[in-house]
Design a binder for this molecule. Structure first.
Ligand SMILES: [Fe+2]
Ligand SMILES: [Fe+2]
Length: 319
């Protein structure tokens, strides 16, 4: 069981802790020799910032899911550096690493350098079992192009995998998310023939679709299934940019997501890479006291506007 808060035993609300937690990271776009993207964005530092937040925070994910564009140019050294950066942190947290192909990746180095498999041009589709939660990494890339496609062979394979439900359901992880985008240029580079995918997913145990590619955080549904797109760790596309810009990539707003998988719900939350000055909060030292309270007292102390805890200036300023 996860949902992290070390030592937390008491259920405070109506929901038991999430059974599974995923860290959803996308579009790292690493370059060989640690080069900066466009000569400006220190992409390795951005990835390091995400990993540092994961390592320091209270939420301990069962898996890191990287939804593609792992590298910017498919350079072998970029894959080596990615693995060297990610694997020690994942190992320390006891998290499995799930990679997904993106349009900026290349299948041969992806297969050989991330999976120690022979170089191949074949689609990179894999199934992971995270204590009964099935995560399917599906390769939506088209060699030599930036838009997305799934072949009939892939759809048949997916249908075969989904024919048997998993104990805790399935999360489908792709690079090109099956959702509309208001960014017209990005719409050209979307996943083609989405109705064919919808047909395969209907009636299956897929509970959530994770995607990347858009470089901004967005949420929708597809064939009745929630879709969550993580913004990039490298740079983001600004939907609020000046109307004079057809497309605007900016060095700000980078984030990753947590996916909490509860018994009958999935919840996604966005975590900025930057940390900010805290202006209010409680020290973790308060937890044993709050846990020790009978439920009625806990409600009174935390919810009443006139409770000792809520009026206690020292507590309110204890950050
Ligand atoms: Fe990307
Ligand atoms: Fe992409």
């Amino acid at each position: 069981m996860q949902d992290g808060y070390p030592g937390a035993m008491t259920q405070m609300g109506q929901y038991p802790a999430a059974g599974h937690v995923l860290a959803h990271i996308s579009d790292t776009h690493l370059l060989a020799e640690g080069r900066a993207l466009y000569g400006k964005v220190p992409v390795e530092q951005r990835l390091a910032a995400a990993l540092a937040r994961l390592a320091a925070g209270p939420t301990k994910p069962d898996a890191f899911v990287f939804t593609g564009d792992l590298t910017d140019l498919g350079e072998p050294d970029a894959y080596k550096r990615l693995r060297q950066a990610v694997e020690p942190v994942a190992e320390r947290l006891g998290a499995e690493v799930i990679w997904v192909m993106g349009n900026h990746d290349e299948r041969a180095p992806y297969a050989s350098l991330l999976f120690d498999e022979p170089e191949t041009d074949a689609t990179q589709d894999r199934v992971h079992d995270i204590r009964g939660l099935r995560v399917i990494s599906l390769d939506t890339t088209v060699p030599g192009y930036h838009h997305g496609e799934l072949t009939s062979v892939q759809l048949e394979w997916l249908s075969g995998v989904l024919a048997e439900p998993a104990p805790h359901g399935t999360v489908l992880a792709v690079h090109h998310p099956p959702v509309p985008t208001p960014l017209e240029v990005m719409a050209v580079l979307e996943l083609h023939d989405q109705p064919a995918l919808a047909e395969v997913l209907k009636g299956t145990d897929v509970r959530l679709i994770l995607g990347g590619h858009l470089h901004y955080s967005t949420h929708s549904t597809f064939a009745g299934i929630p879709v969550s797109v993580a913004a990039a760790t490298c740079y983001t596309l600004d939907l609020g940019a000046d109307a004079a810009r057809l497309l605007s990539g900016v060095d700000g707003g980078q984030s990753f997501d947590f996916v909490h998988v509860y018994e009958s719900q999935v919840v996604t939350s966005t975590i900025p890479l930057d940390s900010f000055p805290e202006i209010t909060g409680f020290s973790v030292d308060y937890r044993p006291m709050i846990e020790a309270m009978p439920a009625d007292d806990r409600l009174e102390q935390l919810s009443s506007k006139t409770s000792h805890l809520n009026l206690n200036e020292a507590a309110a300023s204890d950050v």
